[in-house]
Ligand binder design. Structure first.
Ligand code: FA5
Length: 344
């Protein structure tokens, strides 16, 4: 009796052990019943009664233990599945618009023989500035424009976040012999005030073609082709004279947004906020690679010429999808991102 009363029944294993030990047919209580036949006849009745009580006690403890365990378990057991219920619709993720546009740019240039390369976002002074012909006192090297990580005044080995993807052209020219025909997409950083049109980090795609007899006509034709593939066959491209230390001559590339008559624009939808009412939107800079840059990178400027361009991927995406604020790209608002679900 003492054993039955004090047995611990807290886990399913203990419950089973108790059942075998005291309740089952081969348990201790059953054994005692089997011994009843050896009890003298005059005591048999009293002993039998006592054994019956013992049997009831064991059964009662077993039933209680079982009930407690079942109760405890019911809260963990999920309700049975109803396989006939309709499926809860799952939200599909969308590719980021900048990824969509970058991949489209890669695809368009791949068709005319450009391969893709990448370079580091943390760059040294040589690749970001010096090899590209930036004079030591150029304002881009100023703290105002560049995020420096390590400054070594008077030396040529500052470390900074790259301010443009032109640093990757230098790496490619150092590493490969002409002909070189590559595009280099990537993220760049500038210490600039954030506004609807400008951010302190954004993406560019650099293009580089170095071979014998490459001319400005090749550059123009390449960018005409790109603009029409990207924005549609009616798109016009305008080259405005400009200056970059690493190209000569240099140009700014504008594309027409169709705002010939206000309200008819296919790109800014006539709202004029992207083109500021001019009908033209700047997407990048370009030019013929300066001979100094070629020699800095170990390429013979007497034998080879080449063109380079650098375009803003945010700018291209804003035009393509009529997005009026660059900050939307980095705010991760699902209401914005969801709109690109069907495009990925
Ligand atoms: C450059 O960065 C040159 N490296 C481009 C180049 C490459 C010229 C090769 C010649 C040869 P620029 O600073 O103008 O140039 O920037 C190029 C494009 O990047 C701009 O036209 C614009 O589309 C984009 N861009 C520049 N600053 C920002 C900014 N703060 N936010 C978003 N996009 C920007």
């Amino acid at each position: 009796r003492q054993e039955i009363v004090s047995a611990s029944i807290e886990t399913p294993a203990q419950l089973e052990e108790f059942r075998i030990g005291y309740v089952g047919r081969k348990g201790k209580v059953a054994d005692l019943f089997a011994g009843l036949r050896d009890v003298p006849a005059e005591d048999r009745r009293a002993v039998g009664q006592e054994l019956n009580e013992l049997k009831q006690l064991a059964q009662q403890r077993f039933d209680e233990g079982k009930a407690t365990m079942e109760q405890g378990q019911t809260s963990d057991v999920p309700p049975p599945l109803d396989l006939t219920l309709p499926v809860v619709p799952k939200e599909l993720g969308a590719r980021h618009p900048l990824s969509l546009v970058r991949d489209r740019i890669v695809e368009v240039f791949a068709r005319i023989g450009f391969s893709v390369a990448e370079g580091p976002e943390i760059e040294d002074d040589w690749h970001n500035f010096s090899a590209l012909n930036f004079p030591p006192d150029h304002p881009a090297r100023d703290m105002q424009d560049t995020f420096f990580i390590e400054r070594n005044p008077g030396q040529d080995n500052d470390i900074a976040l790259r301010t443009h993807t032109s640093s990757v052209q230098v790496r490619m020219m150092e590493r490969h012999k002409p002909p070189i025909r590559m595009i280099m997409p990537g993220r760049v950083f500038r210490n600039e005030a954030i506004s609807a049109r400008a951010h302190c980090y954004f993406h560019q795609v650099e293009g580089l073609y170095i071979a014998e007899n490459v001319s400005m006509a090749d550059l123009k034709q390449t960018l005409y082709y790109f603009a029409r593939e990207m924005f549609g066959p009616q798109t016009q491209v305008r080259f405005r004279p400009s200056f970059f230390p690493f190209t000569e001559p240099s140009a700014e590339i504008d594309i027409s947004c169709g705002l010939r008559q206000p309200g008819t624009c296919q790109i800014c939808g006539g709202s004029e906020n992207i083109c500021k009412g001019t009908g033209w939107i700047e997407i990048g800079g370009a030019g013929m690679v300066d001979p100094n840059v070629l020699s800095n990178c170990g390429i013979d400027p007497e034998r080879y010429t080449g063109f380079a361009f650098g375009m803003g991927i945010e700018r291209i995406t804003m035009i393509k999808y009529r997005i009026s604020d660059i900050r939307l790209f980095s705010e991760n608002d699902v209401r914005f991102l969801q709109q690109f679900t069907s495009l990925g």
